[in-house]
Design a protein around this ligand. Sequence first.
Ligand code: MV4
Length: 502
Amino acid sequence: MIQKILIANRGEIALRVMRTCREMGIKSVAVFSEADRNSMHVRYADEAILIGASSSNESYLVIDKIIEAAKKTGADAIHPGYGFLSENAAFSERCKKEGIEFIGPDAFAIRTMGDKITARKTMIKAGVPVVPGTTEPILDEDLAIKTIQEIGLPVMIKASAGGGGKGMRLVKDQAEILNAIRGARSEALNAFGNDAVYIEKYIDSPHHIEFQIIADKHGNAVHLFERECSVQRRHQKVVEETPSPLLTPEVRAEMGEHAVLAAKAVNYAGAGTIEFIMGDDLKYYFLEMNTRLQVEHPITEMVVGVDLVRQQINIANGLELNFRQQDLKQTGHSIECRIYAEDSENSFMPSPGIIKHFSEPLGLGIRHDGYVYSGYEIPIYYDPMISKLIVWAETRKDAINRMKSALYNYKITGIKTSIKFLERIMNTPAFVGGNYNTHFIQENAAFLLGPNKPNPECEDMAMVAAFVQYLDKLEKTCIQPISGSSASNWKEFGRKRNSIRL
Ligand code: MV4
């Protein structure tokens, strides 16, 4: 049985995993970068190991350093959290080779689902509905044009190595086809080192609905119902809720069965998520599988009453699931709001810096998964999400009211946050009415963005800051962090935007 877990992550998710470790009597090991010396996960863990410089390329993404830290501390398992190495097949494989339990799926499942063309083929074989489209990479342009004529415009061209919105092109006109394919292929090659692209029929204004699944190493798999994640901005989720206001009991049951089939098709073990897109006609299609614990997992925990991290650890220990599908039900309603260190009044400019005062809301049905505290300086190097506010109530209406109240009681000074923006979402008629899709933020922009007009200059700076992380990943960053400066480097990135090759 696992005695000690190294958490190969930082921020709120590192703390989240450690809390369950403590409950289970399992020791926790934190790893941290230079920028995270004062981070809460370092203080909370039983042990902590410095693994390198601030850039995640030199710390949280370096497999050798994580493995070395696990060996040094005698950790028998590694929990990767989300992001960083969580969906890295080579990392899962390496842990196995080193005799360290990877708390997540094996390399086969990660690889199969990571390659979207292979995932589509696997789903078709398993009887899971996929978006009408191709199942082989587009190599021949004439054939592509013919195929698109058969599918019918509009279509989406997607990178097989992509996902989460990266490397996608919408094609509305016949005349755009060739440019879109060539553009998508070169973009994909550049970003992923793989230029395979495929074609899907475009589903207009879809809902994003995902199913949580867990599977043990003995072939048992169940779903823990859905999460409605249609409130997104630039492929970043902002609000998630469960149950989905859209689903009927029949469609929910059928989607759940398809989600379980999807997991079984790759001999999945662990916690995972099957993403579907759904049209207003309630027709749904497999989009991709996330082979990790997700940011929004708490709303499932609130409504189903299962600790997903405990389940992951039990599965890693080789235990059988101790419940069956018919034992699970949804009780009440849960909503999660993601709090970002960004200025939603000002084109979502990143807003790192020192937190002066921090006090989170408390009370019945309120859960706060965070990591920042008064006096903490939010580093520029990582994701700007600083916490997740999760509420539970008996009905959707009560949950919205509880969320409004909790947001009102959430006080953060010293930096800008998205709290006001989230309060506006909770007051938007389409959200309150439960009739919204992935175009929600776009369609309600005037109401959501308040009196300030978007500033194109700021949009540009926010884009650049977001891009720096991406470029960093590609080892193409041409900006050096300003060492020893307490000034916000995020703003510096904005000022230096002209020096970045985009
Ligand atoms: C689509 C689509 C419409 N039709 N595919 C965006 C993220 C990536 N996972 C897939 N995405 C989409 N794929 C077809 N065939 C629309 C989107 C999409 C979207 C999907 C889920 C949540 C938010 C979205 C926002 C814009 C576009």
